[in-house]
Design a protein around this ligand. Sequence first.
Ligand SMILES: Nc1ncnc2c1ncn2[C@@H]1O[C@H](COP(=O)(O)OP(=O)(O)OP(=O)(O)O)[C@@H](O)[C@H]1O
Length: 627
Amino acid sequence: MSLRSSPRHAARPDEPTQYSATDVPIRTDPISIAVSFRRFWPLTRGDRRWIVLICLFAVMAAIAETVTILLFAELTDKALQAGSVSAFWKPAGQWFAVAVLGAVVGYLGSSLAAWTAERFVLRLRARVFSHLQTLPPHFFQRNRRGDLVERLTGDVEAIEQLVVSGIVGVASALFSTIFFSAAALWLRWDLALATFVLVPLFFVMTRMFTARLREVSRRGRAADGAITAVVEETLVNVVLTQAYNRQRDEEERLQDKARKRLKAAVSGVRLTALYAQTVEVLETLCILTIIGLGAWEIAAGRMTLGQLLAFAAFIGYLYPPVRQLGQLGLTATAATAAAERLLEILDSRPAVTDPADSVPVPVRSRALGTVEARQVSFRYPGNSEPVLRDLSFTASPGELLVITGPSGAGKSTLASLLLRFYDPDSGSIRLDGVSVDQLPLTHLRRNITLLPQDTLVLHDTIEENIGCGRDDTTHRDVVDAARAADADEFIRALPDGYRTVISPGTARLSGGQLQRVAIARAMLRDAPVLLLDEPTTGLDTVAAQRILGPLRRLAEGRTTIVITHDLALAADADRILVLDEGRLVESGTHTQLLDRSGLYATLFTAHPPARNGVARPPATPSEVPWQ
Ligand SMILES: Nc1ncnc2c1ncn2[C@@H]1O[C@H](COP(=O)(O)OP(=O)(O)OP(=O)(O)O)[C@@H](O)[C@H]1O
């Protein structure tokens, strides 16, 4: 089977998916078992010798079963038919020894197979997770979080069925088939050939079921992803759901996805059961044919009862591995649905990568902190209009730069470019005069501390949450940073103080308290460049006022770029840049810009920062309608 290409998806499976105009990395065409196998096989590196050993165990198990059947024939003819007890002991002893050997081999093989399979799952999950973390923000905006979670859990495990368990299963079934067929041929080649005629029927049937099962599995995997996504979204928004009485709507949403899963799961089981039952009927037909032919042969004196029983046993034993081979085909087909979903992630390209020949920078070196944008223009992948147009500015060490402008002007986008989540389409962003795409990403991001609007919270103690900004922090450092951020007092008031565990989304700390934790973390991190994205948004007047002092302390001696609508920090700024529709329309100090009576003055008048009393009041009180 090969990958079918359509005009809608022209990329080969081994080609990374490019973000194009439609830009959602959805693979619409199914991929074959061979392609899936080839893509995931490299992850078995390091464990291949164990896979070979497991296959050897499978060979030994098949030999043990073959020998057992031959010993059974000997027992039947020499001991049972002849009524001789003395002829019983030797084959019985051999049978027992082979059974013990088979048990040991079976145990070792199963344990080793489980270990190898789990290691594969571990490695695959790590690989997908690691790649996922390199993908650009818009990948996560366009893929539901819950669905991605499902891919990292259910889909990763499904692929294992295709690769490690798949190979072991095929080896075991194949060797059993070979040995039992050889033994049956050796006993009575003519009878064996007569029964083998039916074997191709199994493969014809498997092929008939494969295409249908693939479709059902794809729908099943997608429904699993949708269920996880709905559950995750509902849990994240549980307060809103309750506040808006949306519980029934959420239940209906989940039910809808669950019904799709139910349909796919039932169809899958029905298909597999239908396959298994049809195969069983075929097998019965074979066994009856053998007994009929055997009765004929015994009556003609050309066969003993022991031989017939052994022959029937070989054929009886032969069909399960043949059936297993067919079943494995179906399992592998089902696993390709998971492979498609994982390859959608693995084939998505990071928007930025480390430069091949980056400018050499000493490990852990600290930049001076001059940030510069030179004629930067940028358009989001998939958007027709640029978001930033020909933007230039420089922020020097120690300078406080406020970037403001109406909603949608491109302020947060600029922050994404400074941290190199994206590269500009033209122009460059520079740190200490070096274009950021020439610097190692870790160096760049170590030298810029971002304080986003939503504080990053790890499920850990407050101490860890503050200390995670740097590797070598002591408790003393954490407390000092918390004091400087005005956070020490409220942390000590918590039941477990610095050891209080917080989690993302929990209401243990207020928005303002979380911001102060983030400021303490940033203080410890001590990067030369500080990038604050709407640091006071979402906080009430008192909470916002409380973080202004710590923010000013944090900004001291660093290049500080504050992206904000809230102009409370504007009076302190060395320079204010005003963006509008992606262009730099004004630049100057707070006083200069107010005097110019342009966009800044309008924005300031509309949202006067009544909080800190530092900024100058608007020029004419009548411009502020509610005062
Ligand atoms: N991931 C994205 N993909 C496509 N377009 C985007 C993406 N993120 C933002 N945009 C668009 O880019 C423009 C600028 O957005 P940006 O968030 O930079 O503005 P902003 O000035 O920070 O706005 P606000 O003050 O409301 O936060 C908007 O028109 C927005 O719709």
